[in-house]
Design a protein around this ligand. Structure first.
Ligand SMILES: Cc1ncc(COP(=O)(O)O)c(C=O)c1O
Length: 374
């Protein structure tokens, strides 16, 4: 049997009865939009994320757009984000009227480099054309960005801090989740994400009542307190009740799955450390949710071909940093360019990773990688 890259059916086998019952209860209830399952899930999500407000929306990209609009990002604003991320992080910025400024990452953590961020903000200030308004940090592959450093930069320049936790929801530093530092946290419930649903979905977490009220209106056609009263321009970005009911069940097993993901990552680290220059560092001051287990290899494409020959799937996240993509190459980049992002995109390769990866299958993967290096 071939090895799945992410085995969603293994998770389904564990909670199939509960998911089926949850879906059936929404079908019987009939409130498919803004039903009780949505409010129950938003309450549970807020409790999990230590947030006063958790608001569901249509997907993780909309969660970013809703957050930026709620924070007042618009024309003439610069929004700083890493160049090494999934495109959605930067993609939403121009839709607000703002301009993405691409910043380099730190080697090893793949997260935005605070020193390069500061230099990039200084550069934009000196140019005097755009106003530094917000930072979007990404918890890439499930590891928390350096939030204490990012928060202090945001404070120094009077900027807002958004955590794009689409891949990192549930990650922490010193026991605190990104919202401890960020103004707003966004996530995606795309099925392959650590906390995924069975379709599209997303959410925004914040402790600020005003921003939550803005998101509330924006995601529902700009509606105010009263139905059919539209206080601002919005659109339809709702999380539907069936997805919320599914997520409510998945959230219950999520803490156990994070522990299981860390056990898988530990086994990878132990099995691969002799044959690789470096294995992903396990943060000793935090919890990584391991959306991906990503290694680096000088001969990445040959390794991918070798793994395929051994029936081991792999993926490249991401083959080009954003500044090398036609849709983003005209946006400003920080001073000195993005050498770490460029190197990472040449060398990274992700191995199968999910909480239900058993030891026997994982040993096959480890042996295939080690066999290439011998
Ligand atoms: C870092 C990051 N941000 C944002 C998104 C967008 O999420 P969605 O696909 O739900 O719109 C993704 C999803 O792939 C992502 O990986």
């Amino acid at each position: 049997m071939s090895i799945p890259f992410i085995d969603l059916q293994a998770q389904r086998a564990v909670i199939a009865d509960k998911i089926d019952a949850a879906i059936a209860s929404v079908l019987e209830d009939g409130r498919f939009i803004n039903g009780p399952a949505l409010f129950a899930f938003e309450k549970a999500l807020g409790d999990f994320g230590a947030a006063t407000h958790a608001l569901g929306c249509a997907n993780g990209s909309d969660a970013l757009l809703l957050s930026m609009l709620a924070l007042g990002v618009g024309e003439g604003d610069a929004v700083f984000c890493p160049a090494f991320t999934f495109a959605a992080t930067a993609e939403m910025i121009p839709w607000t009227g703002g301009t993405p400024v691409l910043v380099d990452i730190l080697p090893g953590s793949y997260n935005i480099d605070p020193a390069h961020l500061r230099a990039s903000i200084e550069m934009i200030e000196q140019q005097g054309k755009l106003k530094p308004k917000a930072i979007i940090a990404v918890d890439l592959f499930g590891r928390a960005a350096d939030y204490p450093a990012l928060k202090s930069i945001a404070d120094d320049y009077g900027m807002r801090l958004i955590a794009d936790s689409a891949q990192g929801f549930g990650c922490s530093l010193d026991g605190k989740q990104p919202l401890h530092w960020a103004d707003m946290v966004t996530t995606s419930f795309f099925p392959a994400k650590p906390l995924g649903c069975y379709g599209d979905g997303g959410a925004i977490l914040t402790n600020n009542d005003d921003w939550a009220a803005q998101v509330h209106a924006l995601r529902n056609h700009g509606m105010g307190e009263n139905r059919y009263e539209h206080v601002r321009l919005g659109w339809n970005s709702r999380l539907d009740s069936i997805q919320a009911a599914i997520l409510l069940e998945k959230l219950k097993i999520f803490p156990g799955e994070i522990i299981a993901r860390n056990a898988v990552a530990k086994r990878y680290g132990e099995g691969l450390k002799k044959s690789l220059r470096a294995v992903p560092a396990v943060p000793d001051d935090g919890t990584c949710v391991w959306a991906q287990y990503t290694i680096e290899h000088d001969n990445r494409d040959a390794l991918a071909a070798h793994l395929m020959q051994h029936d081991v799937p792999s993926a490249v996240h991401y083959p080009k940093p954003l500044d090398q993509q036609p849709a983003y190459c005209h946006y400003p980049v920080g001073p000195g360019g993005l050498p770490v992002s460029a190197a990472a995109s040449r060398h990274v390769i992700s191995l199968p990773m999910h909480p239900y990866l058993d030891e026997k299958t994982q040993n096959k993967i480890i042996n295939a990688v080690n066999g290439f290096n011998r």
